[in-house]
Design a protein around this ligand. Sequence first.
Ligand code: UDX
Ligand code: UDX
Length: 464
Amino acid sequence: MGLFSLRILFFISFFCLKPSIYALNSVKNPQEITVVGTGYVGLVLGTCLAEIGHKVTCCDVDFQKISSLQQGQIPIYEIGLEELVKKNFAQNRLFFTTSLENAVRESNVIFITVGTPETLSGEANLEYVFAVAKMIGENLRTFKTVFVKSTVPMGTVLKIKEVIGEHNTAKTPFSIGYAPEFLREGSSVHDFMHPDRVVIGAEDPQTSQLFTEIVQPILDDGAKICTTSIASAEMIKYASNSFLAVKISFINEIANFCEEIGADVEEVALGIGLDKRIGQSFLKPGPGYGGSCFPKDTLAFLKTAQKNGVDLSIIEAAVGSNNRRCDKILLRLESALGSLEGKKIALLGLAFKELTDDVRESPSLKMIEKLQEKKAFVTSFDPIASTNALKFFPNLAIASTLYEVFRECDAIVVATPWSLFTQIDWKKVKEVSKASVVFDTRNILDRKEIEQAGFFYIGIGKRG
Ligand code: UDX
Ligand code: UDX
């Protein structure tokens, strides 16, 4: 049932998104573009730029990744991406290479999308963006425009400009801009084609004009363009992610309060979100925010603010609240189950959210770590993220089918809101499992159905 449901989910999602993706016009003046860093962001960016008509070369230091892509194998799960990669590759608009030198020389526009992972102290690691800047400088022979897309702390884009300049011994003129990325994993192709806004920070009008022309089909489709200074664009990226993180921590704390006084956080979120000034989105309570951006970007934002002598106490509180989230969840599980020592927990979902195989900073992985500290035994199931989770927990027990995970467990915890989990037949689960408790940390299940099947249901921000 697992795989079957996943396929249905894939086809529904893909075909719902597909028509609007293909509705975009092609760009009037196609550019020769190099995208450096073919990760989650770079691959989607490069593919979508090719889809709107540009000639794009995606470049990466990872030889295996590039050779797989050349054979049409996509290294990540992202709805709609595989078809676009294959189509644009076949139509000679999308290329893959490990040769940054050639890719730089043959393009007139370069996007930097290498990662900026967190260092041990919480700052953004800029070694990769600077390494790319050095290579660009060394290979500048004709005028080029460099757009930085990697999330970087305020002031970094001008440092990248300096590094390019230092290695540009040929003294070839170039320009630089910052174009922050707002794609959400799981819907990033759709988000690229239909964003609310596109932000471009530049020092001169020609650079922002070039960017506007590159994404014109997206603007024609209704996206707003926000042209700013480089410093403002850098700030917009961190402030946007931090604001959303604050919203999530806010609703999680309201959920804690609801649990104490018998209110229902979903009714509360609806009631407050219907006020247009607040809005409905990002008010889903859960096990805390994860992923490759919010945890890393909020920390880097705090570090940069600290260096500049600025107090970001609201964001600091949101980060602290998110860090405590997993303990709060396990405390609730303990209050229903007693000591977790020796207990068998069926953990549903490993990805940091639905529709992705990404487990970076996933709340599920934090739960596994804490459950193991408490000497509980975890068996997990995820439709697509198990392979990535095994890189962090090589000995993690993974059930081969959804119903397999329930065997012999004492409690069931839903950690990722995969729609597949909403189709579980709880009466059937009762037959194969001795579990008494179902903890729905994403509030996606039907409480009545679970109680009728004989389980004790716990949701977030509601009693019981
Ligand atoms: C992106 C952004 O670039 C990052 O700044 C943002 O905060 C999150 O999204 P992402 O695409 O998720 O990062 O990163 P990842 O999937 O790790 O991909 C980075 C790619 O860059 C990898 O494929 C890596 O091999 C490549 N890389 C890294 C290079 O090609 N050159 C380098 O020097 C370093
Ligand atoms: C985020 C930003 O949304 C995107 O603009 C930026 O480019 C990258 O970071 P992403 O990390 O892919 O995107 O996922 P997102 O949908 O924002 O979710 C992040 C985390 O917050 C997930 O763990 C998700 O489950 C959680 N979340 C989100 C909640 O707990 N409640 C919500 O209401 C929304």
